[in-house]
Design a protein around this ligand. Sequence first.
Ligand code: PLP
Length: 398
Amino acid sequence: MTTDFAATRAAFVLPEGIIYLDGNSLGPLPKAAAARVAEAVEAEWGQMLITGWNKAGWMDQPARVGDRIARLIGAEPGTVVMGDTLSIKVYQALASALEMNPTRRVILSDTGNFPSDLYMADGLVRTLGDGYSLRTVAPEEVLDAIDETVAVTLITEVDYRTGRKHDMAAITARAHAMGALTIWDLAHSAGALPVELAGVGADFAVGCTYKYLNSGPGGPAFIYVAPRHAEVARPALSGWLGHESPFAFDLGYRPGRGVERMRVGTPPVLQLAALEAALDVWDMTNMADVRARSIELTEAFIKGVEAACPALTLASPRDPASRGSQVSFRHPEGYAIMQALIARGVIGDFRAPDILRFGFTPLYTTFDDVTAAVRILAEVMDKSLWDRPEYKTKARVT
Ligand SMILES: *Cc1c(COP(=O)(O)O)cnc(C)c1O
């Protein structure tokens, strides 16, 4: 199937006059989501009340939706389940992986990782005590740092700031050769580029759905457990819906079948309904087309900005094969420049200390968007339009 990007673009609400280059942080609203959520609210919650758990299939929804995500990340059917936030899923994967490698005490991550992943690891290390530690190395040193002390690697494939992409196959192979398990964070990969979890033999993976997958603010995360581990991994967050038989109300915990044991509590039914509508758009795509177009869009943007804005320095890898689906530039006044851009309808975001970040999401970003964004950015730079006090006051969310 070849992807019809005009049709996918038509499936989103894209406000007039806005060039949206922040779908790597919060995807836009799929047109069908409003009606799908309204149906879940009115016809299911409103009319079925508690019988919706069975009649509307709410109880099966986390696994049913997980299977649709599995297709996008190269995972086997029945290996992905939805729920909670990504930070929680990181904790859960880490706790299980550490327990599966009991003679080792080191979690290996890198300094390019998203801080929440590192904070969660740090919190778990404190809870466990017993000699556990988190070791962070520079991203380019990860491969060499995997030695016989490492219990588990916790690596985010695509760097949230620069878009730099790790070699998932090489790191997974090295980890396994050294007797370590791998956890891949796919926050900036799922829906951004092809991922082959089964192909590389990943052990665990986690990711969120409100970025490239367009589930909306607060959309639930996913967790993947390789089939060879699914009956072995013990959930640290052993909530009732991960129990083998929640409605037996046993006093003792018994993990549920396969990845379902990674469920914790009541699933976010309404938010999952929005995600189901978003995944209908993904059903119109194949990831090879998405990746090819993402590379064309990012290459065009880099070329345009470098020609028109010499004061901006490329922070992303120049080689598209080493890059996710975002492009970042550095400038000491990055925050003010981004506010000036947003005021002119070009929405990207800013990441401290000096990164202007632009996401390219082929489902709805066009080459005309790229051309217009470059033109507006060049005008902001040429005329120093960013140099105004109102663009320099930092908001709570940047
Ligand atoms: C976006 C992101 C998060 C956010 O976690 P939440 O718990 O969903 O807020 C965590 N890790 C990475 C790598 C991210 O990119």
